[in-house]
Write a protein that binds this ligand. Sequence first.
Ligand code: AMP
Length: 165
Amino acid sequence: MQMCGVSSRHCECESDMGAYSRILLAVDLTEDCEGVADRATALAAQSEAELHIIHVIEPLSLAYGGDIPMDLSSVQDQIHEQAKSRLAEFSSKIGIPEQRRHLVFGRPESEIHRIANEEAVDVIVVGSHGRHGIALLLGSTANGVLHGANCDVLAVRVGDDARHD
Ligand code: AMP
C-alpha cells in the first residue's frame, strides 16, 4: 500500500481508495453498447477490477402483456439462443470469461440489481440510453438501475449527444 505525506494515523488516501474491485457491465446488445463497454473495460483496467457482464432477456409476456393468444415458447427459445451467441461473441471480444457472463430472464433493472448483489459488485455500468431512444434525460433502464442500487452506478452517455462531442 502506498502512503501519502500525511502521518499514517490520519492518512485516508491509500493508493487503492476509490478504486473498484468488481464491476458489472449491463448491455442491451445494441450497437451503442460498444461505447459503454469501452468505458467499463477502461475502468476495470484502471482499477484492476474483475469485470462481469449481464444481459437480461425480457420475457415476451412481460414486454407485450400477458394475454397474447398464442404459444410464444419457440419464439422465446430463438430469442434466447440469439442472445446467448451475441453475448458470447461480445464478451469474448472484450475479454470477459464465461464464468463472469450472466444471461438471465426478467425485468432488466430487477435482474441487474439481483446479479449486482449476488456478485457483490461495487459499480454497475449502464448506457444512458438504449433501445428505448433518447427522449428521456436518462433512459428508463438506466433510471431504474440507479434507483434501488446498493452500489455506485455509472451511466455512460450514448446516443447523438455523445457522438456530437
Ligand atoms: P434503455 O433503458 O433502453 O434506454 O437502456 C439504457 C441502458 O440500460 C443500456 O445502454 C444498457 O446499459 C442497459 N440495458 C437496457 N436493457 C438491458 C437489458 N435487457 N439487459 C441489460 N442491460 C440493459
